[in-house]
Structures are given as C-alpha cells and as structure tokens.
Design a protein around this ligand. Structure first.
Ligand SMILES: [Zn+2]
Length: 535
C-alpha cells in the first residue's frame, strides 16, 4: 500500500493540535515531532506527565495507518483512549484486563484499519495472533512509552519489553519514538541498543523544569528532628490543621513508618489517610478516593502511592527519608504544584540513610554490577541533598536539560541561603570560616585520614579552587556553619558555632558509650572520644 509522503514540512501542526484539543505546543514539543518525522527515530527524555503523549498522538492523527503505542500502564492507556475517543479520534487499547471476546473484537477492528491509535501492553507482543496482525496493516509509527522498562539496570525492568526490538525489526518502515524519564546515560544507550536503533538516534531532553516548586533538603540527627521538620513544612504549606488550604503527601520509606506518621499527624489534628502496598485493594481504593475527593489533608504513603494520581493542587510533598535515586525523588516531588501555583518539596535525610539503603540494595540486587549502578544512583541523590548549587538547576543538569536552567531559581533553600547571607559574599570571610571548619573536620577524622598529609590545607584548596567539589560542602547559616565531608562511608560531620563552643560528632557507627555522653568534664569527653576512636 502506498500513501502520499508526509514529512515534517507537509504535516499540519495547527490542525493536529486543534484536533487533539490543545491551544499551543509546550516548549520543545514541536521540535520533537519535526525530528521524529524527518529522521524517523527519536529518544524523547521528558518527565512523567510532561506532555510526551502529544509527540506521538499528533503524528498518529496526521499519518495514514495505525500507530502502535506500547505502554505498561493500563490505567494510563484507558485514560488516553477515552480522551482521544471524546475528541473523535479512533483509538483503543489491548490489555489482559479485557476479556477474550473484547480483545478479539478490537483486534478484528484493528485489522480493518479502524483505529488511528492502538495502545498495547507489552505482553501482547508475545501473542502470534497480534504479531500476524501487525504485518497485515500499515503502521507508520511505533511509540514506546516508559522505554527504560527495557533496561535491566533500571528499577522498572519488564522482561516483556525485550520483545519490542524483534517487533520493530519486522516492521522496518515504521518510525520509532522511545519515551523515557530516565537520566542515566547507560540506560539511554541500552534503550537504543535493545530497540535496535542506531547510536546516533537523536535524543531530545525537555520539560523537567518546575520553577514553582520550592525545593529543600535538610539533614536531621534523629526522629525528633525529622518530625519537627515535617510539622514546620506542613504549617508553612497548609497553614493549620483543618484550615482547608490544600493537601500534602508525606512519603515514608516503610509501611510501618507510614502508619506511624499518619497516626501521629492525625493526633495533631490533620485529616490523614495511609496508602501502601500492604493494604488490601479496598483500603487502597478508599484512601485514594478520599485523597482525590479532598477529604484528606495529608496522605502518608510509601512509594506505592502516586501512579496515575491526578490532583493538580498538591501543595507539598515531604520525604521522611530519601528514595533510591534523583529520578525517583523528582517523580515523587513532581506531584506537588501541578497547577503551577507555589508548592513545597522537602527531602529529609539522616545519618542512617546510607547504611539502610546499602542493606536494602544488597538484599535484592541481582548482581554486583546492578548493585554498584543502583548505589551510584542513590549517592547522586545524597550529593544533591547536600546542596552546593541551586536545587532546581542541579536537577536539570542531572537530567541533561540544560536549556531550562535558570542560574538560580531564587526559591530553593540553597538560593535563599545564598541570597540572604552577606558573610558569604566576602571571600576573606569565607576563607576564614572554611579554615575553622576544616580544622574541625581534620580533628574529627585525624585517625582515618592518614592518606591526607595536611587535610586542612588540601581541603581548603579544593574547596576554594573548585566550588562544585563533591568532597566537601560548607554551608553558612547565620552564625552557624556546617562542614561536611561526604565520602562514601564513614561520614563525618563537624559543626561549629562562632564563639567558644565547638561541637563535634563522631560517625554514628562509632558511637560513644552512654556513660561518656553524660560526662560534662571536657577531659573526660576527650578520653571517651579517644576510646571510641581506638575501637
Ligand atoms: Zn534555587
């Protein structure tokens, strides 16, 4: 079958937009479609919910034949098919949630060329009947949504995705659009390789900027500090309990943690609900419904909550502990402020996070290489949490979305600290502060750092010469200063206060004995400290 040749130049973008119910393109969308039409291949890197679907829907309504969209998310397929059908675009989906008769009916219609778009779950590709049908109809475009599911490195690996490369090889004339929200170059390369796309396939990165989010990260020493941070943020973002100022999501690392935090917040007067994978389907449905209907002020959940959540006015997302990567964090915090109004994102970290994550990874990583990869992703998040540059810009650089950086968003905690602290502006003052702090660090870690002959001077050079250094971070907050050395482990923290008091903390793995903690005599403290170092 031959069709008139449709290229980026002949496609009617305005008509396509109107047909799909949009007024205008978001930044980068038109360029992505043009590249896909002209080159025939595109890896589109954009966040979940970032408007990727238009990049295949618009060509699908402009091109003759049936565009295939491969997606692992049945709920999303259903939503998109309904929206398209409502606009008069002929579309359907094939998934195992349908009964056999319905699938056969839809496939028969597909064979007659009824649909402009057919969404399929990846397991469908393994059915010979479906593969045969694909050969019999014209397929101008295959869109692979959530393409990182093809990567064995990723946390979302789906073996059925490995079928896609074979399918594409059978229909070489089809254009291919792969969509993902992953930043990791090794995963992007793997997507291209496994789909059989050339290594020089264009990659467009866009849509990660969320300048209305006020991002913050803070380190706390213990549970009490964590709860105080949660309470302060909820007060800032939602006002008082029962005040009707919107909704927040608090992500807890464990199911039990979610239950406990929900109970605590309920005691403080907040209307709460809990959501995690350990609850039955009915309880999860009830919680989700309450959230969507505005009957909840704080949803306390594990990362099981949020897929397909469509509530634009979430005012805050608080993480009681760090998730596994910047990607995971950004996807979760990105559920705040979808309406574009100011919203808050707070990540709370504590010294126990590193060893806990390490244990978790060691428990379920299938091998050394995957473990190292995942550990690296987690460390990127911990480095981001330490700050050093604008949080918004640091995330965009991580994803490779350089076009949307702002040279400082002016809203995150790092930008605000830089803007408000005049002491930081004077290089001599910084030098003096850094020297004081580093001698504190040096004293704390003298034993361990035999490799560094003169840690104070060497680190000071590093700090001043290379502001992006990931080895040492210094924060000046008013009259307090924190200097952290974040090598993998152990982690040392020295805190100084200007004036006579110098507080030093040992890494948590070498805790002083309880009797030493009570001793107030400074010599006794020094002895205790030497004892603990000697162990
Ligand atoms: Zn900023």
């Amino acid at each position: 079958m031959t069709s008139p040749v449709i290229t980026a130049r002949t496609i009617d973008f305005e008509a396509g937009l109107r047909r799909l119910g949009y007024e205008s393109f978001r930044p980068g969308q038109r360029e992505a479609i043009e590249t896909l039409m002209e080159v025939g291949r595109l890896l589109l890197v954009a966040p979940t919910g970032g408007g990727k679907s238009l990049s295949y829907q618009l060509p699908a309504v402009a091109l003759p034949g049936t565009t295939l969209v491969i997606s692992p998310l049945v709920a999303l397929m259903n939503d998109q098919v309904q929206a398209l059908t409502a606009r008069g675009v002929s579309a359907t989906f094939l998934a195992s949630t349908l009964d056999g008769d319905e699938v056969r009916r839809r496939m028969a219609a597909m064979g007659r060329g009824t649909y402009s778009l057919v969404y399929v779950a990846p397991e469908r590709l393994g059915y010979p009947g479906f593969r045969g049908l694909v050969h019999d109809i014209e397929i101008p475009l295959v869109a692979v949504d959530e393409a990182h599911c093809i990567s064995e490195w990723g946390h979302d690996f789906r073996p059925e995705y490995l079928e896609i490369g074979g399918l594409l090889a059978e229909i070489p004339s089809a254009r291919v659009l792969a969509c993902t929200a992953t930043a990791t170059p090794v995963v992007r390369d793997e997507i291209l390789g496994r789909l059989g796309l050339p290594a020089d396939t264009p990659q467009h990165v866009r849509g990660f900027a969320r300048p209305n989010l006020r991002l913050r990260a803070t380190e706390v020493d213990d549970a009490r500090g964590r709860l105080a941070e949660v309470d302060a943020l909820l007060a800032e973002a939602l006002g008082r309990a029962g005040g009707g100022q919107g909704v927040a999501i608090a992500y807890a690392p464990t199911r039990r943690g979610a239950e406990e935090e929900a109970a605590r917040l309920a005691q403080r007067g907040w209307k709460t609900a809990v959501y995690h994978a350990g609850l039955g389907p009915a309880a999860r449905e009830t919680a989700q419904r309450a959230f969507l209907d505005g009957k909840v002020e704080v949803m306390v959940a594990t990362n099981a909550f949020g897929m397909g959540i469509d509530r634009a006015d979430v005012r805050a997302v608080v993480h009681l502990g760090p998730p596994g990567s910047i990607e995971a964090y950004y996807q979760e915090v990105g559920r705040a402020g979808r309406d574009g109004a100011p919203a808050w994102g707070l990540l709370i970290v504590s010294p126990s996070d590193m060893p806990r994550r390490r244990r978790l990874l060691e428990m379920d990583a299938p091998g050394e290489a995957v473990l190292a990869h995942k550990w690296g992703l987690f460390l990127e998040l911990m480095r981001w949490a330490e700050g050093g540059s604008c949080r918004h810009d640091a995330i965009l650089r991580y994803f490779g979305d350089e076009a949307e950086t702002l040279d400082g968003c002016g809203r995150c905690d790092v930008c605000l600290a830089l803007g408000s602290d005049t002491a930081v502006q004077d290089p001599e003052a910084v030098r003096l502060i850094a020297r004081k702090a580093l001698s504190g660090v040096a004293r704390v870690q003298k034993k361990e750092s035999a490799a560094w002959k003169n840690p104070v001077d060497e680190q000071l050079e590093l700090l001043i010469g290379d502001p992006c250094s990931r080895v040492i971070r210094i924060e000046v907050r008013g009259q307090r200063l924190r200097c952290r050395q974040a090598r993998l482990q152990p982690r040392h923290t020295a805190e100084l206060k200007f004036g006579p008091t110098i507080r030093q903390r040992r890494p948590t793995s070498a805790r002083r004995p309880p009797d030493a903690r009570r001793e107030s005599d400074p010599h006794a403290r020094a002895r205790a400290s030497r004892r603990s170092r000697a162990r």
